[in-house]
Design a protein around this ligand. Structure first.
Ligand SMILES: *Cc1c(COP(=O)(O)O)cnc(C)c1O
Length: 230
């Protein structure tokens, strides 16, 4: 299957799941998670009409930017972002999806301020409260959002989450429901219900995520094929 065919299939799945949930397919943004895939694969996805591409590693993204891998589509940063690499990401991407600490917010504010721009971000929720995972704990989310609201060079568009990898389907669905509840609560309390983006769902669970209210899914393997780690 070609990348274009895979994208068409994923879109059809998303449309079916959206309809089941009484939603419109065009409410859902399809982000191609292109880590470990070269510039030509990225260009194929852009040519096939992917809504955005998402990268995980700063070094890989920087190299692929130089190859014009993403020309024609918005670029998102979706991976764990170290503070000392923030300068290499702010202003280079349309959206940083993985902002999960106050320290990272501060660093992004500084970098965006220096460039005189406003960086759009999502707050990442560590919904499984996993030790090894970054993201705000559910109980810290509102104070994280308040901190972001106080920053001149940051705009919050919504939430992102990655549930625990070992969750069974039912448990995974409960995580999606919890994140949606957090999203609705935060949106009402702090953002006048203006937030639009709820980023959840990957290759194994994007249809469930759409049924649970995701407005953005990040799909890698189902579009680009399995990754070959070296
Ligand atoms: C790799 C990755 C994805 C996509 O994963 P697949 O299972 O290959 O679809 C989504 N989100 C993030 C943050 C990722 O790192």
């Amino acid at each position: 299957m070609s990348i274009a065919e895979n994208i068409a299939r994923v879109r059809a799945d998303i449309a079916a799941a959206a309809k089941e949930a009484g939603r419109k397919p065009e409410e859902i943004t399809l982000v191609g998670a292109s880590k470990m895939n070269g510039a030509s694969a990225c260009r194929e996805a852009v040519a096939a009409g992917i809504d955005a591409l998402g990268e995980n590693r700063v070094q890989e993204m920087t190299a692929k930017l130089q190859e014009h891998a993403y020309d024609g589509a918005p670029l998102h940063f979706i991976g764990h972002l170290q503070r000392n690499k923030v300068k290499q990401v702010v202003g280079k991407v349309n959206l940083i999806q993985s902002v999960g600490s106050l320290e990272l917010l501060e660093e992004i504010e500084k970098a965006a301020g220096k460039l005189g721009l406003v960086q759009e971000i999502l707050l990442e929720v560590n919904i499984g409260e996993e030790e090894a995972k970054s993201g705000f704990a559910p109980a810290e989310l509102l104070s994280g959002a308040e901190a972001a609201l106080g920053r001149e060079h940051i705009t919050v568009l919504g939430l992102m989450t990655i549930p625990p990898a070992d969750a069974e389907r039912e448990e995974n669905l409960r995580y999606f429901d919890k994140v949606r509840a957090l999203f609705l609560d935060m949106n009402e309390k702090l953002f006048h219900n203006r937030l639009q983006v709820l980023s959840m769902g990957m290759s194994g669970d994007y249809e469930d995520a759409v049924r649970a209210g995701a407005t953005m899914v990040r799909v890698g393997t189902a579009i680009f094929g399995s990754r070959h780690y070296t």
